[in-house]
Write a protein that binds this ligand. Structure first.
Ligand SMILES: [Fe+2]
Length: 353
């Protein structure tokens, strides 16, 4: 709403009277005061858009009064009424008190009406601008608040999804476990050893974590292998062995075709390949075997040797390591095997038996 409140300050009652008469047909709410002090009191209780004050008044002159108005009500537009004789000093004061304009006594009616109209227009523009700035400021604050909340929500949701995926993978891997281990300990051991070998090979911790995570699914294909084979105490015959070997290709199939599980599929399919090309299912040789699968192969053999299976007791770590040293270069990628031995020999990786 536009502010049309005008305050006239003059110590001469007649001046105020004739100004009111002049403004009778204008759409202003007019307040008047006979001194600066009285004017300030009126300003305290009313929202005034424009103040027009006489310069020459006893006690407080117009400039001093208007300067005081500026300090307290910076958006109230200020005009001085001055006699022709004191014009020069009034103009200097106008600059100092940052007045909007001045009017000379005796005034021209048209000039006065015009000046007042423009002063109100100016005042309302300033107020609108300030209101708009305030609104923009508030909306910015609100946007910032929404943004911060959104970020927190997205990151919380991402964390929950990640946890759910990990939990699902662990459940699937545990369900496929062959050795009566329904706690998931075997897959967790494979995960941590795989991750440690990756770090030892110089991978970033993010990459090592990723490969370690997917290593948990290396035997997921065993879900299709009958218990009579998985839990057979003796050695397998040729037909049983063939069925057993199918778990690597079956694992790859279970893991679908989404790019997210690419490393998991490589591990599931190729973790029984041998460095010398005599492994299965593809007989891949050397670098042709995906590196994550070469790493999981070492971790898997070590874990199988050092833990009890239905067909064998747990081997002591030293015996397992001796055996594995013989296998390096034949079964294992020598670089991966060396990284593994370094981890165990230096005690960087603590073996849980
Ligand atoms: Fe396997």
């Amino acid at each position: 709403m536009k502010n049309q409140s005008l305050l006239i300050v003059d110590d001469e009652v007649n001046v105020i009277k004739s100004l009111k008469r002049l403004l009778l047909n204008e759409d202003y709410t007019i307040y008047s005061a006979n001194s600066g002090a009285e004017g300030l009191e009126l300003l305290e209780n009313n929202v005034i858009g424009v103040v027009m004050s006489d310069q020459r008044m006893p006690e407080m002159d117009g400039i001093t009064f208007l300067e005081s108005v500026r300090q307290r009500y910076p958006y109230t537009v200020r005009i001085i009424l001055t006699a022709h004789a004191s014009l020069d000093s009034a103009i200097a004061a106008i600059r100092h008190a940052r007045l909007y304009d001045y009017l000379i006594k005796p005034w021209s009616e048209n000039v006065l009406l015009n000046t007042l109209a423009k002063a109100f227009e100016y005042h309302n523009l300033i107020v609108d601008k300030k209101r708009l700035e305030q609104k923009v400021h508030e909306q910015n604050d609100e946007l910032k608040h929404i943004n911060t909340n959104l970020e927190a929500m997205v990151s919380q949701r991402t964390e929950q999804l990640q946890e759910a995926v990990e939990e699902g993978i662990l459940m699937l891997a545990t369900a496929a476990e062959a050795n009566d281990d329904d706690t998931g300990d075997h897959v967790k051991r494979i995960q941590s050893l795989t991750q440690a070998i990756c770090i030892e090979l110089g991978m970033t911790s993010a990459k090592a974590e990723e490969i370690g995570f997917f290593s948990m699914m290396h035997d997921v294909g065993k879900i299709h292998t009958p218990d009579s084979i998985l839990k057979k105490p003796g050695s397998l015959d040729a037909e049983e062995w063939k069925i057993m070997k199918d778990h690597s290709a079956a694992g790859e199939l279970i893991l679908g075709n989404k790019p997210f599980y690419k490393i998991a599929r490589e591990i599931a399919r190729s973790h029984h390949e041998r460095w010398d090309g005599k492994g299965y299912p593809d007989g891949l040789k050397g670098d042709a075997i995906p590196l994550p699968a070469r790493i999981v192969n070492v971790a898997d053999v070590f874990d199988a040797l050092t833990h009890k299976r239905v067909y064998k007791p747990a081997w002591p770590v030293a015996q397992a390591l001796d055996e594995m040293r013989k296998m390096s270069g034949e079964n294992f990628d020598p670089d991966v095997a060396n990284a593994f031995f370094a981890l165990i020999d230096t005690g960087k990786f603590k073996v849980s038996e």
